[in-house]
Design a protein around this ligand. Structure first.
Ligand code: DP6
Length: 360
């Protein structure tokens, strides 16, 4: 699969101005993307649950520039306030996608964005933010090609979002998304996310994710730096192989509703992700004492109750507690009674598996 399929031909500026708004969800990886090649190509395939509650809402207003120049021209507003700190990342994104969207230098853009989750919650907004922006840009592209199919629209949105932030390509659709080539998943691609095409047992319907906000501060080490530390990492090769194997093992667990195997795979993935951080050079630790306290309590409760509670982590201290809907009452009681005490200011977010972005 070549990226040339996403190049735009016969381009002609047809609209002077307009505005599009999309809301796009966050996602939580079950098999982790950690390590990439040039051009945001992942070293291994990953799979994620799309979330439902944690979202970014972005409006993109565009108007033709009065004077044509060779610059990207845009302003960013976050929660109604100008936010120049977001500009460098968006400029990098525009530079990467310019060849696929030739109108980018013809317009002035006003980007207005906000999140449904608090900015300082330790929840990364790059996946939801970059996917929402990619979708707004695709809506402009669609003005040129009104007959573009939904399939092509969402595929290119995912392709573009990946160039903003890798995990963002998994935030366009739901409810389970695979990104990165894998032998057992025929249509899988390194260039964009696809809906998981294989059978999924009803046990995973409405799967719950309670996000325990252990540390709401800025991360000490960004994901981009973390990915780079996988170059020359002593366990890199084994890790990329393991991710492929774990995805192979996840396929029958998803098919058969095998929650025990599912939990074993996702917890191992979460701990391996953090083990990679601890064994890179320079090494770093993003978990906090309360992260470990919560993990130990989850394990103890699982042992005692026989319920199917599991966890995953992203690149931070927060814990995503994952569990099936039919056990939700008892598990939620346990979370409130025993785990919330370990959250910063008692804060947590009740989320669940969701179905992707929406135009509003
Ligand atoms: C730990 O997608 O944030 O959440 O491509 O550099 O923007 P960039 O990285 P990013 O990395 C996400 C890492 C992760 C695992 C995952 O979501 O698969």
């Amino acid at each position: 699969m070549q990226d040339s399929q996403f190049l735009t031909t016969h381009y002609k500026l047809s609209h002077q101005k307009g505005k599009f708004t999309w809301e796009s969800p966050s996602n939580i990886a079950l098999i982790k993307y950690w390590g990439k090649k040039e051009n945001q190509i992942p070293e291994n395939p990953s799979i994620s649950f799309t979330l439902d509650v944690c979202k970014t809402i972005t409006s993109l207003s565009f108007s033709t520039k009065t004077k044509k120049d060779d610059e990207f021209s845009f302003d960013v507003f976050f929660d109604g306030k100008q936010k120049d700190a977001f500009k460098p990342k968006i400029k990098t994104f525009f530079t990467r996608i310019e060849r696929y969207l030739p109108f980018l230098k013809d317009y002035y853009f006003k980007i207005e964005t906000s999140n449904t989750f608090p900015h300082s919650s330790g929840i990364a907004s790059s996946a939801s933010g970059m996917s929402a922006l990619a979708l707004c840009l695709m809506s402009i592209e669609k003005l040129q090609y009104p007959r573009m199919s939904d399939d092509d629209f969402f595929k290119k949105a995912s392709f573009l979002a990946r160039l903003g932030s890798g995990s963002a390509c998994r935030s366009i659709e739901g409810d389970l998304i695979v990104w990165g080539e894998h032998d057992d998943i025929v249509e899988s691609s390194n260039l964009y996310g696809i809906k998981y095409p294989l059978q999924v047992h009803k046990n995973f319907k409405n799967y719950q994710d309670t996000i325990l906000l252990v540390d709401k501060g800025e991360k000490q080490v960004s994901s981009s730096i973390g990915h780079n530390l996988m170059y020359g990492h002593p366990f890199a090769f084994q890790r990329f192989e393991q991710a492929n194997r774990n995805l192979s093992k996840l396929i029958p667990a998803l098919k058969n509703g095998d929650l025990k195997s599912f939990i074993e795979i996702i917890e191992s993935e979460a701990l391996t992700l953090h083990a990679m951080m601890m064994t890179s050079l320079p090494y770093f630790i993003l978990m906090k004492p309360n992260t470990l306290e919560i993990i130990n309590r989850i394990w103890k409760f699982r042992e005692e109750s026989g319920l199917h509670i599991g966890f995953t982590l992203d690149a931070g201290a927060n814990v995503h507690v994952l569990y099936p809907e039919n056990e939700a009452n008892k598990i939620y009681e346990f979370i409130k009674n025993e785990l919330v005490a370990y959250c910063q200011n008692g804060h947590y977010i009740c989320d669940k598996i969701g179905f992707g972005a929406k135009q509003i």
